[in-house]
Design a protein around this ligand. Structure first.
Ligand SMILES: Cc1ncc(COP(=O)(O)O)c(C=O)c1O
Length: 432
């Protein structure tokens, strides 16, 4: 090529949740069946969509307007619905609600439209799309503040405040509440402190609230709209998790207090223009969304799913409990379970027995350079010996070693067996 085609910072382009699948597929090809615990897709894990839900979608498919473009920001009727049921008219209008093709699309546009020197600090561990998109727009590492894994995943407010105060390039603070991968819900006092820090340092806020309705005790969750005051902010929500309809590729942002800061408003307008270049987001799920969440069966359906996730979390914690090396973080909701490893006890290089010589040779070749993060090595070895695919915690921009699994499995016996396999794999790995 006449010029280099690779942008500065492309080495940060990572998405471990799917990248691990490539390795897993190689292992499957060599004859080891895999239990997929990597991706947060309820439908892929066997949750079936109820008939009433399919009937609503079928009905919408018969309406011609679901085949048309929408306005750039999305279907106006649905944006009115969201303003009334999900947002707050005191800080937001229908013009401040913008639809995207999934929050993944929104995440890309939010970061890509900032200048490279304007940074957004995010949690660690974090959902990797945020970390990667922020790192890519800057061309360097993502800046993070820790969630305290030994204290229920609470935000380390001291580090957050010190980092924001000491770095003028930080213009925004990202909070994921409830968090992925931890599944924890942040307490009101911590969130109010984050809002104060943003206000004092003239930053905007981004709250990813896609899991807002997947909380075991709904009284625990405090939404950004309740505490934001006058700080310019973005709340991100979507249909992938709560409906659950991840294949719809449908999510939206609610912009709060846009009028309070001319520069922030201009920034939001650049996001709208970049959506305009694509014309709009997919119409059908936008039109269907209000009908699904107001359907008389919806609340019961959601509650049954939540009851299952809570049961799954309890089952995993019970199985991991007696194992000295796995430390699960009890979730407040969502459908993931994260566990950390005891770093001090981590073996230097350990392999697990694999019955299959081809798999052993494949893993040995991958591991030969000895450059893999330790929890990635564990994840690879677990796939080879126990046939379970989890995501290493380092894939969530975390300095801690561990893994994330899901609480989604429909088949209870298979789920319990999966947890036992993970425990057996971890015990053998640490026995080095
Ligand atoms: C915290 C968080 N934000 C955003 C997304 C992206 O969701 P979508 O399917 O709307 O792109 C996910 C998906 O797993 C997520 O966990």
């Amino acid at each position: 090529m006449r010029q280099n085609l690779i942008k500065k910072g492309d080495e940060h382009l990572r998405y471990e949740i799917r990248e691990i699948v490539e390795i897993a597929n190689e292992i499957v090809k060599r004859g080891v069946p895999m239990i997929w615990e990597n991706i947060g897709d309820p439908v892929a894990k066997g949750e079936s969509l109820p008939t009433w839900m399919k009937a609503v979608v079928e009905h919408a498919v018969r309406e011609d307007r679901t085949y048309a473009y929408t306005a750039t920001k999305g279907d106006l009727e649905t944006r009115r619905f969201i303003l009334e049921h999900y947002s707050d008219p005191r800080i937001c209008t229908t013009e401040d609600i913008i639809f995207f093709n999934g929050l993944g699309d929104a995440i890309n546009k939010i970061f890509a439209n900032l200048p490279a020197t304007a940074r957004v600090i995010g949690p660690n561990p974090t959902y990797p799309s945020h970390a990667t998109a922020e790192a890519m727009h800057h061309g360097g590492h993502h800046i993070t503040y820790p969630l305290k894994l030994d204290d229920g995943g609470r935000i380390d407010l001291d580090i957050l405040e010190r980092t924001v105060a000491g770095d003028d390039q930080i213009v925004g603070i990202l909070v994921i509440n409830p968090n992925n991968p931890l599944g924890v819900v942040h307490p009101r006092e911590d969130l109010e402190a984050v809002v104060r820090i943003a206000r004092e340092h003239q930053c905007f806020l981004v709250f990813d609230e896609i899991y807002q309705h997947l909380v075991f005790d709904p009284s625990k969750i405090v939404r950004l709209a309740e505490i934001v005051g006058d700080v310019p902010s973005i709340s991100m929500k979507g249909v992938s998790k709560e409906i659950p309809w991840p294949g719809s590729r449908c999510g939206w942002i609610e912009v709060y207090n846009a009028q309070h800061d001319a520069n922030f408003l201009d920034y939001i307008n650049t996001i709208v223009v970049s959506k305009m270049l694509e014309v709009c987001s997919t119409t059908l799920p936008q039109i269907v969304f209000p009908k699904l969440v107001t359907h008389p069966e919806f609340r019961g359906f959601l509650q049954r799913r939540l009851d299952k996730y809570r049961r799954r979390a309890d089952q995993a914690i019970e199985i991991f409990g007696p194992c000295e090396v796995i430390h699960p973080v009890p979730p407040d909701g969502v459908f993931y379970l994260t566990a950390t490893f005891d770093s001090a006890r981590f073996p230097n290089h350990q392999s697990l027995p694999s019955q299959n010589q081809e798999v052993r040779a494949f893993l040995d070749a991958l591991e030969a350079k000895n450059t893999l993060r330790r929890d990635k090595l564990f994840a690879y070895e677990l796939m080879g010996s126990e046939g379970v695919c989890v995501v290493p915690l380092s894939g969530f921009a975390s300095p801690h070693d561990g893994f994330r699994m899901t609480l989604l499995e429909e088949d209870e016996a298979l789920y319990l067996d999966t947890c036992r396999r993970i425990r057996r794999g971890a015990e053998a790995f640490f026995r080095a």
